[in-house]
Design a protein. Sequence first.
Length: 323
Amino acid sequence: MRILVTGATGFIGREVARLLSAEGARPRLMVRRPTRSRLLDEVDAEVVHGDLTVPESLPHAVAGCDAIIHLGGRATFEPARRLEPTFVAGTRALADAAAAAGVRRFVFGSSLLVHGPSEAAITADTPPAPAIDYGRVKLRMERELAARGDLSVASVRLPHVYGAGDQLFANVRRGVLVLPGRADNPFSHLHVHDAARVLIAAARSTWEGACGIGDRDPADWGRFLGVLRRHLPGLVVVRIPAPLALAGTALMRVVRSRLRTPDIFTPDTVRAWNMPLWADPELLWDELGLAPEVPDITVGIPRTLDDLVDREWRHPVRDRRRV
């Protein structure tokens, strides 16, 4: 099976590419900015250019592929108008190109944020109710893809995915972590290694639909930070009340509103952090014939700290090289 990975230089996409390469599958990896292809030097893959905002670049990228793992897009918690060019128009263009090329399978990297705050576990029967634009846009595309009829679609609603390349651990590496609000809200987490395994299994399966997933032990942010600080007692955690964090990020949003560069820290980032949002730990694993290899944060956080020793990565938002 030939698999195309979009967003291949992103945090999750790079791990998907690495796992596929390690098993000898030699994936095709779509890259928008050639300078970021250096991040893929360690993988055996076919790297092609493609831009979700340029539909003419997509037929070449999808040609000859059996499945697509779609992770490309503006992965920030910004207003919908900023997200739509890649997540809406770009996903439509990619799906159109895939269907025209005879691609059979389309895996959409969605988000648990298609659900709103929930003190109870999210199950297969929990209706979506997004509270921020990122979740609204993801849900919109889930529904559009499911309604097409010319692709076999699986939408995997990923929770907080963490690992050596994410923004949270980039801050951990610098020794300072800001907590923008509450720490007692239950939240689902998933180590990037298992997130990649899930997406690859979905590409190879016949399961269709949309479903959330998480590791075996949803943990609130207080527990997450507690495990971190046991391993890194020198880590400085700065606690900011949620109203103050919202006001500060709203001000930053006004200041940066005329800029085209994406923002990582926005009011919706704060809102997402403060939601109780956790999935039933049994969701989706059996359908894909998998079990998590990193069962919870007590295993995943030390593993991530090990990876930080020798792994360098740059978030695309922080990478100011434009080509």
